[in-house]
Design a protein around this ligand. Sequence first.
Ligand code: ZN
Length: 302
Amino acid sequence: MKRIIPVCLGAVLCASVALGQRRAQFTPEQMKLIEEAVPKKAVVKPKKPRRLLVTSLCMSGDKIIPGHPSIQPGKYALQQMAKSTGAFEVVLSDDVEMFRPEKLKEFDAICFNNTQGVIIRDPALQDSIYKFITGGGGFVGFHAAVATINQYPKFDVWPWYSEMLGGTESGGHPWMPRDSFFIKVDDPKSPLTAAFKGQGFEIVDEVFQLQEPNLRDRFRVLLSIDMEKSKPSRPPLPIRQKDNDFPLTWIRTEGKGRVFYSGLGHNPHIFWHPVLLEHFLAGIQYALGDLEADATPSSKIR
Ligand SMILES: [Zn+2]
């Protein structure tokens, strides 16, 4: 019998939830909800036609796995958002050969849509992505993008990836998909949070806890969990009990490139939440290079 290492709670939980729901169909009703919920116009007019390369590849060791049940809704939401706003064109591909330099030059940003595991092993592909982003490209990550490449038990497969993204999942995320959280808007003046009109909100989703200290030195926090109001099913992991800080969405710069990450996106319904989709569109347009925003790390704002 295959032994499950107890400490691998994060990977086991996330994977088992995803596998357990793999038969869950992406229904016509859900497609309709997404079509109705997506923004109908761009946050800002694109400076030129933009292209977003979206990969949803999930690996467990050398095997491709289905991953999160929100992958299909995420893909469809991005496609519909692109279609209804004209802000960008989406190319869906789980072929890592798309990360070769000659392919990447056709894109303005890359999106890891709930990717999982070590999906990029080839140093040449890693170098290509590094040069693409630091050279002025964009990166968008949803939820399990933070459990991609560097994931329990090997957090050092490609350290730059986690630096670029802003953090790494801790290897044990004790919070569950049914947990409800109150979210606060940390940066209400950012054009990326305009959709919230300065108001916090409640959401049911599974949330990772990052393992790095001093998170606000690393990126500009847009949304975070209001722990005074939230009552998750279990206490935070020790690393986070020190500062009780749980950023959920953020931006940062990497060289000449721009990064937008959303920790929300485990549950499918996140991708038919109209206000979150407006926020995601703003994040994508930031990464594509069309929406200007101050990405000074939160702790360094004067
Ligand atoms: Zn998850």
